[in-house]
Each structure stands twice: as structure tokens, then as C-alpha cells.
Design a protein around this ligand. Sequence first.
Ligand code: GDP
Ligand code: MG
Length: 441
Amino acid sequence: LSERLGGVFDRLTKQGALSEDDVKTALREVRVALLEADVSLPVARDFIKAVQDKATGQSVTKSVTPGQQVVKIVHDELQHILTGDEDPGALKIDNPPAPILMVGLQGSGKTTTTAKLAKRLKEKEGKRVLMASLDVNRPAAMEQLAILGVQIGVDTLPIVKGEDPVAIAKRAKTQASLGGYDVYMLDTAGRLHIDQELIAQAAAVRDVANPRETLLVVDGLTGQDAVNVAQEFDDKIGVSGVVLTRMDGDGRGGAALSMRAITGKPIRFVGLGEKMDAIEVFEPSRIAGRILGMGDIVSLVEKAQETIEAEQAEKMMKRFQKGRFNMNDLKMQLEQMIKMGGMEGMMGMMPGMGKMQKQMEAAGMDDSILKRQIALINSMTKRERAQPELLQASRKKRIAKGAGLEVSELNKLLKQQRQMADMMKKMGKMGKGGMLKQAMK
Ligand code: GDP
Ligand code: MG
């Protein structure tokens, strides 16, 4: 056990400012990761440069290595670039009926995404949605949307043969107004490549519909191509956001970064499969992790996260060494247990916890008990938390009541804290050869 801890605290010795060499070494790996993740070369280059400037000379946090520190900076910077100003999941759909125009190349996932978003709007926001297919090039495409509509319980505009996309868009608008819909979604035709006709058609539809949102659907697996497509669509039609599909595949996420860096357009949603629920609001941290997940960086990131926890543990350990353990310590510990999804992880970080662990297990402790205990601690005053031994019976009653629990639960909590404090005192007294001291080396 203390061996494990020893490893963590070993790293404490490596302190000071990040040297240029540290940064360069770490960034070499990051650069490989970015390129492997399909980030375009100029974007990767700019990015590395920005991080380099930011990182050099920054002081290394206690308990992380320079490499980990750089990764943290890289991760934060990635996340920063990927994050738009607005809430990506919030579609502008006030003033019903609000038109949403879906554009993109053929096969990018427009029709699927139209239905997924319609379902989401219906279920999550209680909106009445009308979907219309403007894909007159492929009759099967209109059928496809109608079938999806039935499947998800969302209305589709009846198909009228021989109509052109602009006429369909107009009819959708009328129908949406008359039918009292909140939103109408226009699923346009795509092509394999961008051409004049495709753009002209989309622009004509845009002009009649005057969409509140124009969402560009791009295949996340196409990497750099996706970025060119986005640039072109934005120049010619103007898009308000991007939906990256097929992010369930082994796509590398780099397209997201390039897309954001080059077009400046926010990524709003990601498609994660063929099913109608397989869509999520874009989450920058997840994509950042995915981009960094290439190469050997992932383990570094994980370690960096681990060490942040270790830093907390270290702080506690210093107190314990002096034989202190009050309700604040207990609360921190309980919270960490919940965060770590159980007791194992937390106990693993603390020497001498085996006995407590067994006791807690014997008492049938699970997360709900942890939460109740935290509630009890929360209803104590600052002073009571620092010196729980001073609690009077009347205060105990109040505290338990404040947390909506029985005094007996509070008594159990107090006993637990006393036992821990006793144990800490004993361990602290073990002196230089003691377990805690050993672990601190
Ligand atoms: P459209 O031509 O742009 O309308 O593309 P479709 O919506 O018809 O989608 C083309 C194919 O991609 C269909 O088989 C979809 O099921 C599939 N698809 C769409 N989005 C996703 C996604 O996020 N993940 C996966 N794995 N498949 C998707
Ligand atoms: Mg389609």
C-alpha cells in the first residue's frame, strides 16, 4: 500500500518551473497525437505554438511531473478552443414555428440527424415538430424520413410528387403555421461533392424558409475533408452550427478541432450511432480527451488526474500526521469516496484504512449512507465540525433534524470520526519509522 503511495509522492520532488526542454519533449508527443487524430497540419502547428508559449515558465504543480503538467495545459487549451460561447444543445426555436434547415453532403447523416433532433426536441423540450424532406433527387429519401417519423412519433409533411425543394419548403412553412407546430425541420438533398447546383438549391431554400438554425451535418470520419466541406457551406449558405456524425466509429476527433479552429463554427451535437437516441450535445472535454487519447498521452492524462486526487490526500495526510481528524476531514473523505465510485479507491490511497473499510462494509455502507452522512456534517456549524467532541445532546437533535435524520445516525457518524481520530493519533505517534512518515517519503 505505502509502496503505491510512495510512487505518487516521489513525484513531489520534481518541482519548479517548466523548462523549455520539458515542454518540447511533451509537446512532441502531443503533436504526434494531434496529427494521428487527423487534426490538420496548420491547426496542429498553431496549437502547439500556443501551448508552448503558455506552458514555458509555468510552475509545475506539486505532485505532477512536467509531462503531466503540459498535458493538462494541452487539454485545457483544446477544451478552450472547442468550446463555443453558447450552450451547444440549445437550439433557437422561439417564435413558433421555428424553421431548422439541415444541410450537408449525401450520406453525411442529415436525414438520420433530422429525426434524432426531432425526437429530442419532442421528448426533452416537449415541442411539436414537423419534418419535411426536400430531397427530390432520391424518392427513397423522402420515404426514409416518413418511416423515421412514424418510428419516433413525429409528423412529416405529406409527400407530393413533382414538387421542387423551394415549393416543399413553402408548404412546410404553411403547414407548420396552420398545424400549430413549434418547429419545422427541412431535410435537404445532398450530393457526394459540393457543386453549384447543390449550393444554389440550399440557398434558395434558405431564402424562403429564413431558418433560425442552419445545421451542417458532417461525417466525423472524413477528417480534413469535413473541414473543407464546412468552410464551403458556411461561405455559401451560412451555417449556425455543426453536427458531427459517426463519432461512434473509430474517428479520431481531430476533425472537430480543425473545424472549430478553421471555420469558427460551434459544434452543437455529435451523432453516436444509427439508433434514434444516438445523439448527444457536444462536449468539448470529451473530444479533447479523445484527441489526446491518441499516442501515449492517455495514460499521462489519467495519471495527472490521479495525482490531483493525490494532492488532496497529501493535504489530509499532513493533518493526520499531527493526529488530527475532524468532521471536515471526514466530509472530504466521504465526498471523495462518492466521487471515486466506492470505498476501494479511497482506501487504496490511505495507509492503515483496511480496518475502517471492513467496518464500513460490515455496516452495509453504500453511497446513500455516504450522502446522508455528508448531510449531517453539513448541518453542523463550522466550530462543531472542527471540534465535534463538544456537541451537546440538544445540538445533536437539531443537527439530525436539520439533515432529516435520526440522532442515532449522527451518533454513528460521531463514533466513526472518533475512531478515525484515535487511529490517526496512534499512527502519528509512530514517529519517524511510522507508516505515514514512510508514505510521505
Ligand atoms: P443523408 O444522406 O445525409 O441523409 O444520410 P442518412 O441520414 O441517410 O445516413 C446515412 C447512413 O449513415 C445511414 O445508414 C445512417 O444510419 C448512418 N448514420 C447516420 N448518422 C450516424 C451516426 O452518428 N453513427 C453511425 N454509425 N451511423 C450513422
Ligand atoms: Mg437524406
